[in-house]
Design a protein around this ligand. Structure first.
Ligand code: NAD
Ligand code: ZN
Length: 363
């Protein structure tokens, strides 16, 4: 087992990563100082609950905790106020009081939704993240939780840090291949923004990683979480530095939205990172990053170009509306080199259109 600590002024929390960790949950929870009188509510989606619900509930039950499990339909559409309402009702009916805690068992959808429930239920109760997707090594750390609105993604949310993150890597065995590939995009992102030696390591070991070799996967998750933990520790509420975590996301979010989520999040972010590398070379924030960016993403079978009927203008309009854009100006996280990025405001539309053109159907 590897353990990373997220250091925050109000205390911070550990992230445990390894195989067979659910059996140790009672010990981890005990280490938080939570005794058996704290009622626990496990929340999981309809795919994850039958696979891992019992594996989480049983050891806690045996250790004397009062633990219940509730489920909701899998998918991004459940990150909604109507699901939040239903889960709230389940918590009230189960007698979850202010002494209670929530365990979010699943991918980023579950973490964001159950985390937001924890942030708002009775004005906030503690929660634990139990990520089961590779992507969730990113979303489970850092305390951003929330739900979507029909007019925009993540429009209602909060900063609510988990008390503990336990990533049992055994769960990745059942994860559909496309979700695995999509998750690698965020792993690569963490390397490209902050740690060139991690990027080199990923490229050197892509064969073992693609095979989900448990030792290598645990290492990749731990190093990715370390980057996230470091960045969040320096800027918990995104006043500045934390925005570098949006590398590839300005273009990525536009592609996700315009394709009506036909692109998985990581696929869109992958294309967005290739776009950012091209943009960086054109705007001279970096040299010789484009080829490397494509090489490392392709090693994980991630897309590096796109095709679709949408005009550059439509895509640029979406980028202007990105939550991170201020006053409609185009803001991008751009590479300075491998393992280093810079935030660039007021990027000219013409250059972005040139890049989009080059990204179409292969560069
Ligand atoms: P997800 O939670 O929908 O999981 C993807 C699919 O895999 C779902 O169908 C799920 O049921 C299934 N699944 C999950 N674990 C499984 C397992 N071990 N075996 C079999 N099936 C499994 O999506 P995701 O890709 O994990 O997360 C995407 C969400 O994360 C988005 O809503 C995004 O906005 C959010 N996100 C949040 C942050 C943050 O900082 N809060 C960061 C990045 C992404
Ligand atoms: Zn992302």
């Amino acid at each position: 087992m590897r353990t990373i600590y997220v250091q925050l002024p109000q205390g911070g929390y550990p992230i445990h990563i390894g195989s067979g960790l659910y059996s140790q949950l009672p010990n981890f929870i005990h280490d938080l100082g939570w005794d058996e009188h704290r009622p626990l509510m496990v929340i999981a989606d309809s795919h994850v609950a039958p696979l891992y619900g019992e594996k989480v509930v049983q050891p806690l039950d045996e250790a004397g905790y009062q633990v219940s499990l509730v489920t909701f339909p899998a998918g991004e559409h459940s990150k909604s106020s109507s699901t939040l309402e239903k889960l709230t009702e389940e918590c009230i009916r189960a007698g979850l009081d202010r002494n209670g805690a929530i365990l979010a068992l699943g991918g980023g959808v579950t973490g964001d939704l159950a985390g937001f429930l924890a942030a708002s239920y009775m004005r906030g109760i503690p929660f634990i993240q139990l990520p089961t997707t590779l992507l969730a090594h990113d979303s489970s750390v850092g305390g951003k939780v929330g739900i979507n609105h029909s007019l925009g993604k993540n429009m209602l949310g909060a900063f609510h840090q988990p008390s503990l993150v336990v990533f049992d890597t055994d769960t990745l065995i059942t994860l559909p291949r496309r979700e695995v590939v999509s998750g690698f995009a965020e792993v690569v992102k963490h390397a490209l923004i902050y740690d060139d030696s991690f990027a080199k390591w990923l490229l050197d070991h892509h064969v073992q990683l693609n095979d989900l070799h448990s030792e290598y996967i645990a290492e990749a998750i731990a190093r990715g979480c370390q980057v996230k933990a470091d960045v969040v520790a320096l800027d918990e509420r995104e006043h500045g530095l934390r925005a570098i975590l949006n590398y590839g996301h300005t273009m990525g979010h536009a592609l996700e939205a315009i394709s009506d989520y036909t692109y998985a999040h990581g696929e869109a972010v992958s294309i967005g990172m290739v776009g950012a590398s091209l943009l960086g070379e054109k705007l001279r924030t970096a040299r010789n990053v484009h080829h490397y960016t494509k090489e490392i993403l392709a090693a994980f079978s991630l897309p590096t170009s796109f095709s679709g009927p949408w005009s550059n203008k439509q895509l640029v309009e979406l980028m202007r509306r990105d939550k991170k854009a201020l006053g409609g100006s185009l803001t991008f996280v751009l590479p300075k080199g491998i393992g280093e990025v810079v935030i660039q405001h007021d990027v000219q539309e013409e250059v972005v259109s040139e890049v989009l053109q080059e990204l179409r159907g292969g560069v």
